[in-house]
Design a protein around this ligand. Structure first.
Ligand code: DQA
Length: 143
């Protein structure tokens, strides 16, 4: 089973983001972690990252057209992109929102997610394992 794993802005530069919040992982090692877990749980993960809202919207349209399940970390777009929310709503296969950190324990502007209302669920605060937990939840949802 295919899963599209979408990562939003600045996640490609985990190497220089605050390690107290995001840990020591590089984006390449995050990708390897997700790929390994995907294989373990019987998924073929197509993992992408973009800093561009339009590109992420295009990928969500692709998931809608191909009925592919999605795991998405919209990064800062989580908090204000109605365009990504509307595109996420078009995906009829399960869509799970993930975050490395726990936005609810951080600055107030991160307490709002405009995506959660159109996601099957949200997993946040477990570092790279947020994605692993999302894969397990996805497997349960589609079996
Ligand atoms: C994040 C949390 C967001 O608030 C932030 O803008 C990010 C990463 C996370 O994975 O913890 O870029 O989505």
């Amino acid at each position: 089973m295919k899963v599209l794993v979408l990562n939003g802005p600045n996640l490609g530069r985990l190497d220089i983001r605050d390690s107290a919040i995001y840990g020591d992982m590089t984006y390449a090692s995050l990708v390897a972690h997700i790929e390994g877990a995907a294989k373990t749980h019987g998924f073929e993960a197509d993992i992408r990252q973009s800093n561009d809202e339009a590109e992420i919207i295009g990928w969500l349209h692709e998931a809608a057209d191909t009925r592919t399940p999605v795991i998405i970390n919209p990064a800062a777009f989580t908090h204000y992109s109605y365009a990504i929310r509307d595109a996420a709503e078009l995906v009829k296969a399960p869509l799970i929102e993930v975050h490395l950190s726990n936005p609810l324990s951080r600055e107030e502007f991160r307490h709002t997610s405009v995506i959660s209302g159109v996601a099957n669920g949200t997993i946040a605060g477990f570092g790279p394992n947020s994605y692993v937990l999302a894969l397990i939840a996805l497997k349960a949802l589609i079996s």
